[in-house]
Ligand binder design. Structure first.
Ligand code: UDP
Ligand code: MG
Length: 314
């Protein structure tokens, strides 16, 4: 069975996860063996500084169903998942965090839905244990902001933990964009999608790799990849300010003719107005710059990642 196509591929991106990989393998074995079908676990070592690579090699030696690759450096979570999708060969492919925050047991529920004919089964985070109030509320805001601003239907409270049919994976492989927001890309693909609710566990060991800055960068990637809203906002703002100015002209003229013109106009007002408009123009320029930078990145057409080493993968 080893050489044939596995029914299930599980992809776990790993950045400094030496403390959890053995446990991940154990839990995954317990869960996936109950399916009675061939499966593989694809571990993507995203430029770890610890012993993650050695552990992947060791796991592959004792259980060839564990496969893996190491990047030449850290490319980030979204790219690590992409590499996993490129190498996974299962008929259904699951994405999971290596730190066991997404319980592997939930994959069985996802498989059930997949067998019922769904192409994408995503995990909806019901409760979350062991995460700070700040992380939970910023994540909740993140999901809702993305949903409000972008034009694809991205379900809220949903991470990257999901199971996808081969045809969805093949579609994703045809999307070579550089600034990747996998959740949005999967929603964009369409087909039959559904969710299963689960309880997100605390990290098994180690510490989070995601800082607030990384979260904000991801949010910005999501917005710019799936919407022109920031560009359109400049136009709206322009119309609003033009409308306000028109009203102001009338007010100023009226005050000049019938009232006290020194009432609220002076040097300071002019200065504040000029600075305010200058700032808005700079912000709009920056927004255009963001999109321009992304176009530049696409045009360069560099590979998304470089592989340094592989275990059990062609
Ligand atoms: N990860 C990665 N590359 C990175 C950062 C994170 O591959 O640059 C992996 C990490 O090993 C884990 C998953 O992405 O499997 C989620 O990261 P983490 O648990 O640190 O984030 P959190 O769950 O706190 O949002
Ligand atoms: Mg985690």
């Amino acid at each position: 069975m080893l050489d044939g196509q596995p029914t299930f591929s599980i992809i776990a991106p790993c950045h400094n996860e030496e403390l959890v990989l053995h446990e991940l393998h154990k839990r995954m074995r317990e869960v996936m063996d109950t399916t009675g079908e061939p499966w593989e676990l694809v571990l993507v070592n995203d430029g770890s500084k610890d012993k993650t690579a050695e552990i992947i090699a060791a796991l592959n030696a004792i259980d060839p169903r564990v496969k893996g690759l190491s990047f030449s450096r850290n490319y980030g979570f979204q790219v690590a998942v992409t590499a996993g999708l490129d190498y996974a060969s299962g008929k259904a492919v699951a994405l999971i965090d290596a730190d066991l925050q997404d319980p592997p047991e939930v994959i069985l529920d996802m498989i059930k839905k997949w067998r019922e004919g769904f192409d994408v089964v995503y995990g909806v985070r019901g409760e979350r244990d062991g995460e700070t109030w700040f992380k939970k509320s910023s994540a909740a805001m993140f999901y809702r902001l993305i949903r409000a601003i972008t034009n694809v239907n991205i379900p809220v409270d949903t991470g990257d933990f999901r199971l996808m049919d081969r045809r969805v994976v093949d579609a994703l492989k045809k999307m070579p964009e550089r600034h990747r927001f996998i959740r949005g890309m999967v929603s964009w693909v369409g087909y039959k999608q559904t969710g299963v609710t689960y309880k997100r566990a605390p990290r098994f060991a180690g510490s989070t790799n995601f800082t607030l800055v990384k979260m904000m960068r991801l949010a910005w990637d999501a917005i710019t990849s799936f919407s022109y809203f920031p560009l359109q906002a400049a136009t709206y703002l322009g119309f609003i300010i033009a409308g306000l100015s028109a009203v102001m002209i009338v007010v100023v003229a009226a005050l000049r003719l019938f009232g006290n013109s020194n009432f609220f106009f002076g040097q300071a007002t002019t200065l504040v107005m000029v600075l305010f408009l200058g700032a808005i123009q700079l912000i709009c320029l920056g927004v255009i710059g963001e999109y321009l930078g992304r176009i530049y990145d696409e045009v360069k057409g560099r590979p998304l990642y470089l592989v340094a080493q592989k275990w059990g993968l062609d």
